[in-house]
Ligand binder design. Structure first.
Ligand code: 26W
Length: 812
């Protein structure tokens, strides 16, 4: 079959009858059941398969077009993907929403009840994982030939529930009922080695052969990533660890040692068993490094297999391949490609290094020192002996380059070395990522600047051109069209068509409607209807939203001090003309992060105290929405009036929730941190509630010695708030939180308190003027088009990947 002559596939029907026929045939032939006995699950699976077929048809044409054009490929390596629920998205991207709800009638089902069965794959922690999902969506929408590689964890991010106001974690067996959206591809399985030793190869100075001590199999399954309003359908390929055939010990089994017989297989499968729930502190667990190498080894072999389908030799490899490392988690890919090229394909070191270096690019997503991964050399030596040897060689050649450029500067050599010589020798993955890549980028202007001027300054001095910025973005399809259909319809009406969904800068056209009384009325009505749907509190109250992972640098504790101060103010003046406010928190804390879990407990204790207080409850309500995930974000964001982005300046690399909230008409109260700065610059300083120290002032305060108690002593309201916690006012909960604030307050919560409170009064003044507030809201949406993931991908494509779109013809 010559693919250049088209896929030779009969097209699937687009009429209601044809769709219904396909739905019924999925039910009969693939679910093996009948209309009469079909369960809700049968209906869901049959619908999913019917919709999937339509995307798979586009996928086949995409693959044919890509095969024919042999393009330059983008491979996105990420340990995390927060793809969100798939059914609604795939109905939208296949244009079959209406057909589906019609056809389900024959089964006596509604789309709403079926959608509840569509579990989201929680294969990520937070920002980094969701960004990966928004970016692969935008790559497909922009017709960029790309594959996302990841790990198919059996257990995703834990399910959060509140027990007595405290976070409880339960395993997330997300695919327990199966997952209709994935295509297992066992014939593309790969073999991955661990442990063992290396042996010299006679006649070759650099070449070695690695004799692994343990072998596991990597089995892929892929999920379709459709582009919006285009034919392209890319894939995300997720690897699952399996025991090799040899791992089942029949002799032990027949000797009745059943557990031992399968222990090796179990050990193997443990590699992709569960996602590590930490999103800011590296724990240095061996299994995590095994996960990272497993992902990388399977993906690189698959990338080479794909390259070899259309290309000879290695000369074109770097020309046809760019691999983006999503933070340091897949950085072991650099020595792994070197190992494959030198040891398995026999290239000489220099050739292999020039290919490797020009194939990889690295995105850094954090500034927190504790989040920068370093691995103990002994662990590396035991688990990946050959890779450590290669890292030593890379480091040797690198330090020679530094020495040549900065002769005699031994301190600089020690600072820059990939091997940290501290108390324990450690491999610095961020240093390896910078040395082994062509481009390094931060995810917002300030973040990229701080990377160049602080954590990676030495490298920026050596290779200034290597350092770039690519400000994050979000998918307008998921976070506007799917999450907020009411607002999307109103915007489409205001702009005349819905082309803005693929060209978000067109939102600027809404500015002229920011004074139009009837449009403003309808804008308010949309927000109110979304708040009624959310049912989190009084829909006429100011819905004040803080939704993100819990971390002390994000300062949920500052929001809490504001709530406690309001509680005191209202109790001090019950008859006051208070702005009714609903404060909505949502987010998970890493299970071992006790300080963050204490803040969650205190939030719920304060919320309970307020709810039980007849004086305060009519004016103030605290809600904690359990188990924050992509689906819940899609429900909360459209209902938000105020977006809390209050991290200590210089700590939040970018933030993406801030972008989603601004695009949905929420107004930001925030610091000059991460992408807040760019949001404020684009929506207008007068349309943004700014407070607090900026990154340089904050650094100054910390350098010059910070004494949180001084702020406590000189601010009566602050003192009262903290004393209330210490006094046990809120169910006796929160002592640890108060102590840490008065003790060291690492993230300057008390230093920014007064400025924050004053700014919140600004917010209330604006809220009291609905015309003004609606205008602010419309202008935030109008000027946030820049934060589309499509623009982010256009930046990566132009400035880092040097790739061009490959349109997929409708008729191939
Ligand atoms: C080693 C443990 C670990 C795991 C995950 C350390 C660090 C991470 C991630 C990098 C943390 C993360 O999600 N960072 C967030 O990335 C978003 C996307 O770029 C940014 O918008 C957020 O500001 C950043 O905190």
């Amino acid at each position: 079959m010559d693919l250049r002559q088209g896929i030779g596939l009969r097209r699937l029907g687009t009429t209601a009858d044809e769709f219904q026929q396909d739905l019924l045939s999925s039910l009969y032939y693939r679910r093996g059941t009948t209309v009469e006995s079909a369960s809700p699950r049968d209906a869901y699976e049959a619908l999913a398969l019917t919709v999937r077929d339509r995307l798979a048809e586009r996928r086949a044409r995409t693959a044919a077009a890509h095969f024919a054009s042999n393009p330059r490929w983008v491979y996105y390596l990420s340990a995390e993907y927060l793809l969100g629920a798939q059914l609604e998205q795939n109905l939208l991207y296949s244009g079959t929403g209406e057909l589906a709800s019609q056809s389900l009638k024959v089964l006596g089902r509604t789309l709403e009840e079926i959608e509840d069965l569509d579990v989201e794959p929680g294969l990520g922690n937070g920002g980094l994982g969701r960004l990966a999902a928004c970016l692969v969506d935008a790559m497909a929408t922009r017709d960029i030939p790309a594959v996302g590689y990841g790990i198919r964890y059996d257990f995703g991010i834990f399910r959060q529930s509140l027990e007595g106001g405290a976070q409880a974690e339960r395993p997330d067996d997300w695919a327990f009922q199966g997952n209709p959206w994935e295509f297992p591809a066992p014939d593309d399985r790969q073999t991955v080695g661990f442990y063992g030793h290396t042996e010299p190869v006679p006649g070759s100075p650099t070449r070695k052969s690695w004799v692994p001590g343990e072998i596991v199999l990597g089995e892929p399954s892929h999920m379709l990533v459709p582009g919006y309003r285009t034919e392209t359908v890319n894939i995300v390929r997720l690897w699952r660890a399996r025991g090799s055939e040899a791992s089942f010990d029949l002799s032990r089994f027949s000797a009745g040692q059943y557990a031992e017989a399968v222990q090796e297989a179990v050990r193997a499968e443990n590699i992709s068993k569960v996602l590590y729930p930490d999103d800011s502190t590296e724990l240095g667990r061996e299994l995590r490094l095994k996960q990272q190498y497993f992902l990388v080894s399977c993906s690189l072999r698959d990338i080479i297999r794909r390259f070899r389908l259309r290309n000879e030799g290695w000369d074109d490899f770097a020309e046809k391949t760019v691999i983006q490392l999503n933070d340091t988690h897949p950085t072991i890919a650099i020595p792994e490609l070197m190992r494959l090229l030198v040891d398995e394909y026999g290239l000489d070191w220099d050739k292999a290094w020039s290919i490797t270096r020009s194939t990889f690019a690295y995105t850094c997503h954090t500034l927190l020192p504790e989040a920068l991964e370093t691995w103990p050399v002994p662990l590396f030596e035991r688990l990946l002996p050959r890779h450590l040897e290669i890292i030593y060689l890379i480091n040797m050649f690198f330090l020679r380059e530094v020495e040549a450029r900065f002769p005699g500067d031994s301190d600089r050599l020690r600072r820059m070395s990939i091997i940290g010589e501290g108390s324990e020798r450690r491999v610095r993955m961020a240093h390896l990522a910078v040395v082994g890549t062509e481009a390094v980028n931060g995810v917002a202007e300030l973040h990229s600047k701080l990377l160049r001027e602080t954590v990676l300054q030495d490298f920026a001095d050596l290779w200034p051109a290597k350092f770039q910025n690519v400000t994050n973005g979000v998918s307008p399809r998921r976070f506007m069209k799917l999450a907020n259909p009411r607002l999307s319809d109103l915007i489409t009406e205001g702009l005349g068509d819905d082309g803005w969904l693929n060209d978000l800068d067109r939102l600027a056209g809404l500015e002229r409607l920011a004074g139009d009384a009837s449009f403003m009325e309808r804008w308010r009505a949309v927000k109110r209807a979304n708040k009624v749907d959310l049912a989190a509190g009084d829909p006429d109250s100011l819905t004040d939203v803080m939704i993100k992972r819990f971390h002390e640098y994000k300062r949920q504790q500052l929001k809490l001090l504001h709530v406690i101060t309001m509680y005191h103010r209202i109790r001090a003046n019950p008859a006051g003309d208070w702005v009714p406010r609903t404060v909505l928190f949502a987010g998970k804390a890493a299970p071992a992060y006790h300080a963050a879990k204490n803040i969650i407990r205190l939030i719920n204790a304060v919320g309970a105290t307020i709810a039980a207080d007849p004086v305060v409850a009519p004016h103030l309500r605290v809600v904690f929405a359990e188990n924050y995930n992509v689906t819940l974000a899609e429900r909360i964001i459209p209902a938000a009036d105020l977006s809390e982005q209050i991290s200590l300046a210089g700590k939040e690399a970018s933030g993406t929730g801030n972008m989603k909230l601004a695009l949905n008409g929420a107004i930001t109260i925030g610091t000059l941190d991460g992408a807040n700065i760019e949001i404020r610059a684009r929506v207008g300083e007068e349309n943004f509630f700014l407070f607090g120290l900026d990154a340089f002032q904050a650094a100054e305060v910390q350098i010059s010695g910070y004494h949180p108690r001084e702020h406590y002593d000189r601010d009566a309201e602050l003192k009262a708030a903290i004393d209330a916690i210490t006094a046990g006012t809120f169910g006796g909960v929160g002592r640890e939180v108060a102590d840490s604030l008065l003790g060291w307050d690492e993230y300057l919560t008390l230093a920014d308190y007064r400025s924050y409170l004053d700014c919140q009064e600004e917010v209330e003044r604006a809220w009291r003027d609905p015309e003004r507030w609606t205008r602010l809201s419309i202008l935030n949406t109008a000027h946030s088009g820049f934060f589309s993931a499509d623009r982010t991908i256009a930046d990566y494509a132009a400035r880092i990947w040097r790739v061009a779109p490959v349109p997929v013809p409708k008729d191939i």
